[in-house]
Design a protein around this ligand. Structure first.
Ligand SMILES: [Zn+2]
Length: 433
């Protein structure tokens, strides 16, 4: 029977039986029961049973059916209402509209069991479950119905196969899944390639700076006059050894961090060079902060690198007066992304380079510089909510609801397992007080 026919029949019955019956089946009364049930379902319940219902479910039955629905991972809404709520056909549609969520709806209103689904197929499942279990009572009918809806048997599928929209939906979601997967893989590959390119160009920049310093040191060693003394010759040998170590470290360098070994060796080479060119071995001091190529420092002074906070830096004899007077001595510039840049502002790629020159004072010297990579602000990953069987947004009725196809049966024709309370059953199963 179509919904329109049901409505007409109700109207006719109301006209014929007079005001009392109209009042009894008035929308206001019906809405109270339906609205209450809808509110409970919207609040998260899967099964709601009015204590006023003629065939009310026991608390245990409600719990068992709720567990069954949860296990089925299918959005199923069950409401057991008193007959006064109206005709089961109307209540089913009203409940679907009041809840607003797509899914499968089953109602027992008085002794009328009805069900329909937005996905389609539930009407037939309801009829099938009713026929199989009506003698066992409503809980058994609902349980059988949930089984059929959750895992449609071939019999049910034969009656009504899943609608094309379902297949399209599945295909679309699968396609989307694969596209997303490909997108993620593509993104990772792009990141890896970009990372490799960046690392490659970073390494090239650092290597260029080191090569420059190596060549310079090599030239200085070659220009040494070691005929003056044995001490000078020994110092020149040490300088040459350090140079060889630095050169071999550059050759083997496969990360910017490995630059530390090179600059440490370069610093040792420069110190040895200073020893070879002076009659008295100078004290070993940290290199000049402004430009480590200047060699050992003559003293320390407080200095603020452009844009940075003041710090105590070591400086060579040439740079120290400028540093003390607040002038801006020309720093060691290296090739960085945005062009030549003071090495301490050339980015994390030069961390190793500076670390090798200032191993014990690195943190204090380079605080605030771009050598120290600031970890990116942790982006709060959007936690994917556990997939819920229920959609959370209101949707228009589709499937059985759209086609007006409702299944089920009336217990008045069968043998309900419990006595129908105060309600008196009529031939059609309508309960009248
Ligand atoms: Zn200097």
């Amino acid at each position: 029977m179509t919904l329109r026919a049901a409505g007409l029949r109700r109207l006719l019955a109301a006209l014929l039986t007079g005001w009392a019956l109209i009042a009894f089946a008035s929308p206001a009364q019906a809405n109270t029961d339906v609205d209450r049930a809808a509110a409970e379902l919207l609040a998260g319940a899967s099964v709601t049973s009015s204590p006023k219902a003629e065939f009310a479910l026991s608390a245990t039955e409600v719990r068992q059916l709720t567990d069954k629905i949860a296990a089925s991972k299918t959005p199923i809404f069950v409401a057991v209402l008193p007959a006064r709520a109206g005709s089961a056909d109307d209540v089913l549609v009203e409940l679907r509209a009041a809840v607003g969520l797509s899914g499968t709806y089953a109602v027992l209103v008085g002794d009328e069991f009805r069900a329909a689904s937005d996905a389609g197929g539930a009407a037939d499942a309801a009829t099938q479950a009713f026929r199989a279990h009506q003698s066992e009572g409503i809980a058994a009918v609902l349980s059988g119905f949930i089984d059929l809806v959750a895992a449609p048997t071939p019999a049910v599928q034969a009656v009504e196969s899943p609608t094309p929209t379902d297949d399209e939906g599945n295909l679309l979601s699968r396609l989307l899944f694969w596209l997303l997967g490909l997108g993620v893989i593509g993104g990772i590959v792009a990141l890896v390639i970009a990372g490799r390119r960046r690392r490659g160009s970073d390494l090239a920049s650092v290597r260029a700076a080191l090569d420059e310093e190596l060549t310079e040191l090599g030239n200085q060693i070659a220009a040494l006059d070691t005929s003056s003394s044995e001490t000078a010759r020994e110092a020149a040998d040490r300088a040459l050894n350090a140079y060889e170590r630095a050169r071999s470290a550059v050759d083997q360098m496969n990360s910017t961090a490995a630059a530390a070994q090179v600059t440490t060796a370069l610093d040792e080479g420069r110190y040895a060079l200073a020893c070879a060119s002076s009659s008295r071995a100078p004290a070993r001091k940290p290199p000049c902060f402004i430009d480590p190529r200047h060699g050992g420092s003559a003293g320390t002074a407080s200095w603020s690198p452009p844009g940075l906070a003041a710090r105590t830096i070591p400086a060579c004899a040439t740079c120290l007066p400028d540093v003390k007077s607040g002038a801006a001595p020309r720093p060691r510039e290296v090739r960085a992304k945005g062009g030549p840049q003071a090495y301490w502002q050339a980015g994390p790629a030069f961390h190793g380079y500076a670390q090798g020159y200032f191993p014990s004072t690195f943190d204090a010297l380079f605080v605030g510089t771009t050598l120290i990579a600031v970890p990116p602000v942790a982006s709060t990953a959007t936690a994917t909510r556990p997939s819920s069987a229920r959609s959370t947004t209101a949707s228009k009725p589709t499937g059985d609801f759209a086609s007006g196809k409702v299944g089920g049966g009336n217990f008045s024709g069968g043998e309900p397992s419990r006595s129908p309370g105060k309600a008196r059953r009529t031939g059609r199963g309508k309960s009248v007080e």
